[in-house]
Design a protein around this ligand. Structure first.
Ligand code: FE2
Ligand code: FE2
Length: 464
């Protein structure tokens, strides 16, 4: 099945208009096959399946190949094409980061072997798992992506791994699982950046900087607009090249940006939590990591109002309601999405940021969200502590909105003057490091040269 977005659809998403695109969720060819790590399941006739759907060994989540992919194979260990060496090897979180991980990599289209070896000793990768491979994208933008999901991992543990198959292994890499739920003695460190598009040299420099002379982060959050146009595989190749220093050892958690255009290339190249509804699948979800509840939202859906003010809003309220009742265990709530409700640059007067401001910000306020991380404006900006209308409040009753973007995209300046809700703005390439314990949440913004953006530094205490 080759089901690509029409070009007109791409450009409407860039501008985030409300056009609804028709897609065919065609599930008729689905293979609902539990897959065991030691008993791979392969399509019996040797032909590819239109859709693969399976529950990886030990997991409770299902993996379904995406609408628009083709040549889907499951559980192969032996078939290699002419260029089988794994490229763009990285890890993603399809489920609880304390116990699950997905390994992803690219090869030529003829390679079907999708094997991972892993273990806690780099010299003894004693566990083996097999996964699925799909091809998607159009013409010269085709990409063949392998993904293998593993569950039942031990929390707070470093695992070593290699991917590919016999005779064609990647180098051995490592990643660390999140702490077990309920642990209160855990420090979490993560990095935030966004808007790499246009300039992959700067993007590569940002990624080199985040691991330079600093304690390694546990993971990264990317605030959207990885590439100029999400269907262009050449741009994704450059993005992954730029992230080579980090992505195989720290998972990226991706917020979908308007330039990513819901492209099959975007969705295939990360493995985020899937859902039955295509509108939600891999695009909005939440997870706990140590003392933080994270919520990822999609502010560039096909049906802008129907999702942002409808289905997604309903889901958001339910999710934040649960998080609020769990604050004694998980004290911090952080939301990440692309378009900032409260910022002062070129997009701050547009209709789509107004929709987010009027629809989501009051909900963030109602449920006590501590920090909202955004991109879209290519600069650094931090708001005052504000309520759902952007009015300054005190005593940890409000939310801090932080724009961390411009990791390659052309920088923006203030649109007129800073808005009343703005605490500090700087037109500069930047990234954040966030450090959280049960009792403090510290955000430190950095410039590309490694200097700290001092007026943007905050250290929060939990809400009373
Ligand atoms: Fe952008
Ligand atoms: Fe954007």
């Amino acid at each position: 099945m080759r089901n690509h977005l029409p070009l007109v659809g791409l450009f409407s998403l860039l501008g985030a208009c409300q056009e609804t695109l028709s897609t065919d969720p065609a599930d008729s060819g689905a293979r609902d096959t539990g897959i065991a790590t030691d008993r791979p399941v392969t399509p019996t006739d040797g032909a590819s399946a239109e859709t693969t759907r399976y529950t990886p060994m030990g997991c409770t989540h299902r993996v379904t190949s995406l609408t628009g992919t083709f040549d889907n194979y499951l559980g192969d260990r032996t078939v290699f094409g002419p260029v089988p060496e794994p490229r763009a090897v990285h890890v993603s979180w399809p489920a609880d980061p304390a116990t699950a991980v997905a390994f992803l990599w690219q090869t030529d289209a003829a390679t079907r072997a999708t094997v991972v070896q892993y273990g806690t000793d780099p010299a003894a990768l004693t566990q083996t798992a097999v996964g699925s491979v799909s091809t998607g994208g159009s013409g010269s933008n085709e990409v063949t992506m392998h993904e293998t999901h593993v569950c039942g991992l031990t929390p707070d543990t470093t695992y070593h791994y290699r991917v590919g198959g016999e005779g064609h292994w990647s180098v051995v890499q490592y990643f660390k699982t999140a702490p077990a739920a309920g642990r209160t003695d855990y420090d979490v460190n993560f990095v935030v950046s966004g808007d790499a598009r246009d300039n992959t040299t700067i993007w590569g420099q940002v990624q080199s900087r985040v691991v330079m002379g600093m304690q390694p982060a546990d993971f990264q959050i990317f605030t959207g607009d990885a590439v100029l146009l999400g269907t262009q595989q050449g741009a994704w190749r450059q993005w992954f090249d730029g992230a080579q220093a980090t992505m195989s050892v720290m998972p990226f958690v991706m917020a979908h940006g308007n330039h990513d255009v819901l492209a099959i290339n975007y969705l295939m190249q990360f493995a985020q939590p899937q859902a039955d509804a295509e509108e939600q699948s891999e695009l909005y979800f939440s997870f706990d990591y140590g003392p933080i509840h994270f919520v990822l939202l999609n502010d560039s859906p096909r049906d802008l109002t129907g999702s942002i003010a409808g289905t997604q809003l309903t889901w958001l309220r339910a999710d934040l309601g649960r998080a609020r009742t769990n604050r004694s265990q998980v004290p911090w709530i952080i939301v990440a999405h692309h378009k900032p409700a409260f910022a002062s640059s070129v997009h701050s007067n547009s209709a789509d940021t107004a929709l987010v401001r009027n629809t989501w910000a009051p909900v963030f306020d109602e449920y006590g969200v501590d920090v909202v991380l955004n991109g879209h404006e290519h600069d650094f900006e931090i708001s005052k502590e504000v309520d759902g209308r952007g009015q300054e409040v005190s005593g940890r009753r409000g939310t801090r909105y932080i724009v961390a973007a411009g990791a390659g995209a052309q920088l923006y300046t203030l649109s007129g003057s800073a808005r009343p809700w703005s605490a500090y703005f700087e037109s500069v390439v930047n990234f954040l490091r966030v450090h959280a314990t049960m009792t403090s949440l510290e955000v430190t913004p950095y410039r590309l040269d490694g200097t700290i953006i001092a007026p943007g530094h905050i250290n929060l205490t939990p809400r009373p």
